[in-house]
Design a protein around this ligand. Structure first.
Ligand code: ADP
Length: 408
């Protein structure tokens, strides 16, 4: 099916694989600038009761079906189903490559890479660094290679964008031999930050060389200090647990708490993992929900406290990152909460008033691109992120480079 020297439009499959679901999208176009998202969907319930759903760019449902009871297709069968389904829905375009979101690239993968058996072996060694995510990313790459061996695959890393950071931002104050083993700060949400770094100069050319703090606030949340479009510091560290509180994760927590829980309450590694990944954050504090919408709509004091704790920590980290890079020329909000929650943006901005941040309530409610007042010393923006487009764009670049090399 794959034909790199095709004459029709090229299509790129973007895959974001989790433990029980696999989100996918398809982009079409011949050049980075004209990549167009044409399909997105997901396969959910992998391993239990799989369901296949897909929509077109206007959000019209193209597919929504499950499998017969008792049938439980494995990952490779589900991906084979996806490829066959795409065959009938690409409208003349040819699938030329797939790009995957891979959570961890370690120190080795500082940029997207064409997957080879050697790269896959390298990714396997990173599983201990991201045990909840990396195995599923790798499983999707392997399964796709099994059903469609000739399709080039590209791995795009959430950590890669942060490789530009100075050593002070990447290093824990622990014995050097542990740092040398890879116990260091990596940072995540890199594909989102990279997309924002690319968009910001289009939105505000005067900030191309500025000190910018980007707040990626979704169910997972982190902030990134960017100087001239490069990451110089971030709130997530060795794992995606560090930094600000999230839907179900606490963010930064005194490591002494973990020793206490182990010694005094008999917690083991699995108990800690459950506590820190699934039971803390907005859910743990509110006792109601991990979803910001539910908390904003609730009249329970614990819900309001959870939102306040979140905003307090986001504002604190904006200031910390401004300190880390020695300036603050703009703040950007992005991802589910950052793009949609008027309340969170307003509260965070209020807490940053001492830094010269002032948000215009009407512009904030209207979700304008620039939401700060004209007097605000620090401009504030909402820029919707698009990690999938970033992956499609990297995939196009790498596959084009390979075909150029072959032609040369
Ligand atoms: P993920 O980290 O899963 O990619 P997203 O960036 O999609 O997360 O963000 C999902 C979160 O965004 C939801 O859990 C919800 O809390 C929040 N969210 C979405 N829409 C709104 C809204 N209108 N108001 C407040 N929060 C919202």
């Amino acid at each position: 099916m794959s034909n790199l020297s095709h004459t029709g439009q090229a299509a790129y499959l973007v895959i974001n694989a989790g433990s029980s679901s696999l989100k996918f999208s398809v982009f079409q176009g011949g050049a980075k600038a004209d990549l167009e998202a044409v399909i997105n969907g997901q396969i959910s319930g992998i391993g239990t009761a799989p369901r296949f759903q897909a929509k077109d760019a206007s959000r019209h449902v193209l597919a929504d079906h499950g499998w017969a009871e008792g049938e439980n297709p494995d990952r490779a069968t589900l991906l084979s189903h996806l490829i066959d389904w795409l065959d009938g829905h690409l409208k003349g375009a040819t699938l030329v490559a797939a790009g995957h979101r891979v959570v961890h690239g370690g120190t080795r993968f500082a940029a997207p890479v064409l997957v080879t058996p050697e790269v896959l072996a390298g990714l396997e060694t990173l599983i201990p660094l991201a045990p909840l995510h990396e195995p599923h990313n790798i499983a999707a790459i392997r399964a796709l290679a099994e059903v469609y061996p000739s399709l080039p695959q590209v791995a795009c890393f959430d950590t890669a964008f942060h490789q530009s950071q100075p050593w002070q931002s990447q290093t824990f104050a622990i014995p050097r031999e542990l740092t040398a083993e890879g116990v260091r700060r990596y940072g995540f949400h890199g594909l989102s930050y990279e997309y924002i770094a690319h968009r910001l100069p289009q939105v505000a050319p005067e900030l191309a060389d500025g000190h910018v703090v980007v707040c990626h606030l979704g169910s997972g949340a982190s902030l990134c200090a960017m100087r001239g479009g490069h990451s110089v510091d971030t709130t997530m560290g060795f794992t995606a647990l560090d930094g600000v509180p999230m839907g179900t994760r606490p963010g930064t927590i005194d490591p002494g708490v973990l020793i206490y829980l182990m010694r005094e309450k008999g917690y083991g590694a699995d108990d800690l993992e459950k506590l820190l990944y699934h039971k803390s954050g907005m859910l743990g504090v509110s006792g109601i929900s991990n979803d910001m919408r539910d908390l904003e709509n609730s009249d329970q004091p614990a819900a309001a406290e959870a939102v306040e704790l979140f905003c307090h920590n986001v504002a604190k980290q904006v200031a910390a990152l401004a300190g880390s890079m020695g300036g603050l020329d703009a703040v950007v909000f992005t991802a589910g909460v950052g793009e949609n929650s008027t309340l969170v943006r307003a509260r965070v901005a209020e807490k940053l008033a001492w830094l010269g941040v002032a948000v215009d309530p009407a512009a904030n409610r209207a979700k304008a691109t620039r939401i700060s007042t004209t007097e605000s010393r620090v401009p504030v923006f909402i820029i919707p992120t698009d990690e999938e487009r970033m992956i499609a764009s990297h995939t196009l670049n790498l596959v084009s480079a390979v075909s150029l090399n072959r032609a040369a």
